[in-house]
Design a protein around this ligand. Structure first.
Ligand code: NDP
Ligand code: 8X3
Length: 251
């Protein structure tokens, strides 16, 4: 029997790094990908020897996705779980005070990167068959609109719908698909979104946000369900966050 293996995008930080740690410590092989190779190397060196394969991969660059997947060692194939996690938000301003380039990067990363990774990985998941799963990271921002959410929120709404579409296309393969939709979580997300590392600390003060380890626990729960169970979507908020009530504009 093959060892269980998880392929993680965005393993250099936040949810991805925490998930790599949890799975490697629980006997799974981990394929850790991202752009910051020095972080991937540090992660591999920290985790049990031989359990982690690293690959530089830029979600905005289809060739790099293809190369990373082609270069997987036989010992890390087939793949049991694809954790489509890598992604980002850029900017917090409402239209039209936005940078079109930021929007392009979000679309290329959160949408096209996820499409290309899934397309290339499906044969390796099909080789596992029943028990394989794809876990796509959406967001509550894909459900609840807010000023400045614009393309980020829309890209995450894509993730949810695309997850359901994939389920239909993968009918009969045994591959499960889940849209995992977290709310406020403290990772490096706010630093990347705002370019302000200090804000990454102050923004969450007093709010007890979701932590990357909480998401890793959820990914573990999803990936270890019995083969006949598919959790279509899962939405998670910290207790300190509530779904917004539609806003009323009064004269
Ligand atoms: P982090 O900023 O801590 O991690 C983001 C990860 O995505 C990094 O490992 C980064 O790797 C990777 N990434 C970004 N751009 C690319 C790219 N072009 N190619 C490859 N990898 C890339 O944030 P989180 O852990 O919070 O984010 C993980 C996912 O969770 C994202 O999809 C995010 O949208 C989503 N999310 C986050 C929430 C939050 O509040 N934190 C809530 C809901 C969803 P590298 O830079 O090394 O390439
Ligand atoms: C991140 C959650 O609410 O900051 O996806 O947009 S939110």
């Amino acid at each position: 029997m093959h060892k269980k293996t998880i392929f993680i995008t965005g393993a250099t930080s936040g949810f991805g790094a925490a998930t790599a740690r949890l799975f490697a410590h629980n006997g799974w092989q981990v394929i850790a990908t991202g752009r910051r190779v020095e972080r991937l190397e540090a992660l591999r060196d920290e985790l049990p020897a031989g359990m982690v394969h690293i690959a530089a991969m830029d979600l905005t660059d289809r060739d790099s996705i293809i190369a990373a997947i082609k270069g997987l060692p036989d010992a890390f194939k087939p793949v049991t779980c694809l954790f489509n996690n890598g992604g980002l938000a850029l900017g917090t301003k409402p239209m039209p005070d936005i940078k079109v380039d930021d929007w392009r990067v979000m679309v290329e990363t959160n949408i096209m990167g996820l499409i290309h990774t899934s397309q290339e990985m499906i044969p390796l998941l099909k080789a596992t068959g029943p028990g394989a799963s794809i876990i796509n990271v959406g967001s509550i921002a894909g459900r609840f609109a807010y000023p400045g959410g614009n393309v980020y929120g829309a890209s995450k709404a894509f993730v949810r719908q695309f997850s359901y579409e994939m389920r239909c296309d993968l009918e009969g393969t045994g591959i499960r698909v889940t849209s995992l939709e977290p709310g406020m979580a403290k990772s490096e997300f706010t630093a990347v979104r705002t370019g302000d590392a200090k804000l990454n600390e102050t923004f969450y003060e007093g709010a007890e946000p979701i932590l990357p380890e909480d998401i890793a626990n959820t990914v573990w729960f999803l990936a270890t369900q019995p083969d006949h169970i598919n959790i279509n979507s899962i939405e998670i908020m910290p207790v300190s966050q509530v779904p917004a009530v539609p806003k009323i504009l009064r004269k």
